[in-house]
Design a protein around this ligand. Sequence first.
Ligand code: NAD
Length: 484
Amino acid sequence: MAETIAATAAANFIDGEFAPSSSGRTYQRVNPWRPSEPVGEFPSSTAEDVSAAVAAAERAFPDWARLSAAKRCAYLAGAADAIEGRVEEIARDMTREMGKPIRESRMEAARAAAIFRYFSGEGWRALGQVYEQSGTGAAVYTRRRSLGVVGLITPWNFPAAIPTWKAAPALAYGNAVVLKLATDAPLTGLHLARAFQETGLPHGVLNVVIGSGAEVGKALVVGPRVRAISFTGSVPVGHGVREQATRAGKRVQLELGGHNPLIVCGDADPQRAVEAAYAGAFWSAGQKCTATRRIYVHEALYDRFRQLFAERIASGHVGDPADPETEVGPIVNERQLEEVLAGVQRGRSEGGTLVVGGERADPEAYLIAPTVFEDVSDEAFLSCEEVFGPVTSLYRFQTLDEAIDRANAVRFGLSASIFTGSLEAAERFVDGIEVGIVHVNSQTAGADVHVPFGGSKASGYGPHEQGRAAIEFYTEEVTVYRDV
Ligand code: NAD
């Protein structure tokens, strides 16, 4: 089994075959827990490889779009089976290449199977609406048409779930796909290609290309034969992608960063709120778009919460991500590690006080211990910009309206959470908070597969992903007047 992965690992998947980049160029990926240990050699693909993938997708598209939705979706059910059968293997690859603790990697691999399972049901769901024409009463109805070749650009932090939640609806609704994986986590994404190859998916319907954003990503974004781009990643890159893609006349969807607040009201159960804060801020080493970056605690509870939070951090498991006990593993790569440490330094220089953490926690691994600041001003860098690591800040508040206003005072709007026993406070929060995903008495991270996922303000652009919302991006609506 291990040999099969090695044989396919270092390859793009184009027109049904695993093959190296036509340039012959490769790069090496290392394990962020033990950077002296290589994970593998992967293709540094070029615009020429993208062109071959797009051409294969164009050839495959007409027959794929003509298949009934139910027949297309049978391939998704097959992929769900294949992934379910090797959750452990995928989880181990994920942990090795990008450092996610194995218990979270297992959950994510299982979630990828659940996403394919959910979208395999789309073949049996309504694809339009029927009305009557106002003048004659004859039928007028809408139907959904696939777009053509779509380009999917994905980050490294959810290397199974994000490629899956883009590819599953794209394929179910009859599009042909070129998927660009992040260079920091290609091995996990290649399992998708492998699963579809096993289902006998027609060649060219799904293509996977590995390589840099500047070369592979850009070629997809500007390439004239790609109808739509779904992008998940950082704000600056996403905004550049939107500019170039819209200039080329494409449909664009962006899922970007977040700066997600957690509000702990005076009547909250502090222990429960602490657990949610720990998971939200530190699981996956804080490398989630929905991670908890700001924690507003009512002044009556602040000291107690601070103490319990520090105790929870002291008893937490930080270290080897392959250990099933580990809750907080390493940062994905050295550059990100340096960026997070620079963010911590900036937090200090702008007047923030460290409650715990703030330093590199291992001489070799890219490990940073859970880090908590307080006394950070609302205008400080840490209060406004995404530091993509296990770093969060505590703030005191007096009234809920004040907390909501301060929570909203950033350009991001992805997720937010409140802990309270009051239905009235929860409703005020749901009404007033400017984000796409709201949690009441649960952590800021987490996304169910069958409901919409996406941000507002600078955190997103275009229709949301997942659940039935995905049909908006991956199809166009056609209105048919049918007179007899
Ligand atoms: P990133 O923006 O650096 O890269 C994302 C993808 O874009 C990668 O595949 C990269 O190679 C590609 N890319 C880079 N330059 C490009 C270009 N010029 N043209 C086209 N593609 C290009 O982001 P990252 O570091 O991989 O991921 C972390 C970021 O993603 C964080 O900001 C996080 O908040 C965000 N994120 C958002 C969501 C969400 O759903 N909102 C989910 C996960 C991660």
